[in-house]
Design a protein around this ligand. Structure first.
Ligand SMILES: Cc1cc2nc3c(=O)[nH]c(=O)nc-3n(C[C@H](O)[C@H](O)[C@H](O)COP(=O)(O)OP(=O)(O)OC[C@H]3O[C@@H](n4cnc5c(N)ncnc54)[C@H](O)[C@@H]3O)c2cc1C
Length: 502
């Protein structure tokens, strides 16, 4: 993690390059002020830390930042933006891979949702009410402390609930309980018109469909209501690891065999087990790891067939924890609650591949051969994660695909191809884009019979709008575009891949 030191210098450059007319700049701010919307402007000391993105590779500079504390403030901010033709983006946790919460471009009006921090659990229905500015760690610990219950979501405690829940939301309980998106019951949403509406299965159902999958294009959510589940008493954090020499003749074959064993087991794996392949080729590191929601004794029985099919020269690490302790371990941040003014960063570029089927031997061989041949690429550090989403007992694929605009529901494995500077500060090298794209093609081109998609929560800004819409939304895109024309005809809610940009 690094600190963003050069923002002031960059800001000076960008303001010149933007050529935002001074009167638009001033008048928008004036409008926000008229409606008493709290703001942070470029001349304010808070501006630089506020607009510093999680991914330092994608710095953008909003014309102004609204920091609303009420839905009425959000409504006024949208009306001002409409009046002065500024593009708008909401930011919740700021973890967009391409800083789409800053607009993904210079000169947007950013709506910083960090003041929306409500959290409660209804004692009768166990429905959790969650403010749009909270982060996953705040929510996991808050819901558990109030009710000993839980919501499915990713493990990184700093990720914001809004981007996460509106575009998917996968974590170690998702095969058991669905994605975060699948557990949204109701939202309070401010539309591009400034109207404040309730959205649920029965109220504004077309918006309920669109927001759950393509939320950033359809409104600004202020509050979510989520279904929750009794937290399991315990979970087993498990891993089998191998160190494999990239130059050894049998390394690729061994990786392929382990992956095949994993995906064969995955087809019938119970829903209370989560697992993934993780590899860091530069260190020869290869692992199959995950979480089992249950006791150690039950885990040992459940996992036995998979372990029996592994090469026996790996090392294992298997530990049982109480539910909340395991979330802390998985989160890797030492604690779950996060500060309102969050200040973690990385400099990275990532891609995703959603595979609806098993990977063939040809595809895996091509993929892992690429790993061995390109393991060392300083200053880049790169790794691959392949998460099991599917299998016949998965609650992700069990949902009715027509219920939401989230399109990649029939994922068997979702791959994340990730490259960064290994924790160092500096500039991401242009060669990294080629490396990640070639890595991606080494898998997909070797399995041409499969239609691969991409995960909308791992936005890849190198995709054109057409490519992004096809990969994230597939056949749902035409309906999304029609609804965008109804609810936001001027594309006020905008990022480079927003619905309506193709
Ligand atoms: C370190 C890290 C770990 C991650 N781990 C996981 C994981 O385990 N599982 C997983 O599924 N994903 C994971 N992700 C991806 C993450 O789910 C997405 O990046 C997610 O969109 C981030 O949400 P955010 O609110 O933090 O981001 P933001 O950048 O604030 O927002 C992301 C998008 O949502 C929009 N948005 C934000 N708030 C609102 C709102 N209130 N109303 C409408 N639109 C809004 C923004 O405009 C933007 O387009 C991870 C990302 C990072 C960086």
């Amino acid at each position: 993690m690094v600190k963003f030191k050069s923002i002031v210098a960059l800001l000076g450059f960008t303001r010149l390059a933007l050529s935002i007319p001074a009167d638009l700049d001033t008048t928008l701010v004036g409008c926000l002020s008229t409606y008493n919307v709290p703001t942070i402007s470029p001349s304010d000391a808070d501006y630089a830390p506020t607009v510093s993105p999680y991914n330092l590779r994608t710095p953008f500079f909003p014309v102004d930042v609204a920091v609303p504390t009420t839905a009425a403030h959000v409504s006024s901010a949208l009306k001002c933006a409409q009046k002065f033709q500024a593009k708008v983006a909401a930011r919740s946790g700021g973890h967009s891979y391409a800083a789409f919460g800053l607009g993904g471009v210079n000169g947007s009006l950013m709506i910083d949702m960090k003041k929306f921090r409500e959290l409660s659990v209804d004692p009768n229905t166990y429905v959790a009410t969650v403010g749009a500015g909270l982060r996953l760690g705040d929510i996991a610990s808050g819901i558990y402390n109030i009710s000993a219950r839980a919501l499915p979501h990713g493990v990184c405690p700093g990720v914001g609930i809004s981007g996460h829940a509106l575009h998917g939301g996968f974590g170690f309980t998702s095969r058991m309980w669905g994605t975060t998106l699948d557990n949204v019951i109701e939202m309070e949403v401010v539309l591009a018109s400034g109207d404040i509406v309730t959205v649920s299965k029965d109220t504004n159902p077309d918006l309920f469909w669109a927001l759950r999958g393509a939320g950033s294009s359809f409104g600004i959510v202020t509050t979510f209501k989520f279904k929750t589940y009794p937290a399991p008493n315990s979970g087993v954090n498990w891993a089998w690891r191998w160190t494999l020499d990239n130059n050894a003749a049998d390394t690729v074959e061994k990786k392929v065999k382990i992956f095949q064993a994993m995906q064969d087991y995955a087809v019938n794996a119970p829903s209370n087990i989560a697992f993934r392949m993780f590899t860091l080729p530069a260190e020869g590191h290869y692992e199959v790891s995950g979480v089992y929601w249950g006791s150690l004794a039950d885990f040992n029985t459940t996992i036995a067939p998979l372990i029996a099919s592994f090469p026996q020269d790996g090392t294992s690490d298997v530990r049982e924890y109480g539910f909340i302790d395991l979330l802390v371990v998985l989160g890797g941040a030492g604690q779950l609650p996060q500060p309102e003014n969050y200040n973690q960063h990385n400099t990275f570029f990532a891609k995703s591949i959603v595979s609806p089927t098993k990977l063939t031997s040809e595809a895996l061989t091509s993929f892992f051969t690429f790993h061995s041949e390109n393991a060392d690429k300083p200053p880049l550090s790169w790794w691959v994660l392949a998460d099991l989403y599917g299998g016949q007992y998965s609650q992700i694929s069990a949902q009715n695909p027509a219920d939401s605009s989230y399109y990649v529901r029939d994922s068997f494995f979702t791959f994340q191809l990730y490259s960064d500077l290994g924790g160092a500060t500096g500039t991401y090298p242009p060669s990294g884009f080629d490396l990640m794209n070639e890595l991606s093609r080494s898998l997909t081109d070797a399995q041409p019979e499969t239609k691969f998609q991409a995960y909308p929560n791992y936005v890849d800004p190198t995709l054109s709008p057409e490519e992004a819409h096809e990969l994230y939304y597939g056949t749902n895109y035409p309906r999304l575009k029609e609804l965008k024309a109804v609810y936001d005809p001027t594309l006020l809610l905008w990022n480079p891949q927003a619905i309506g940009t193709s």
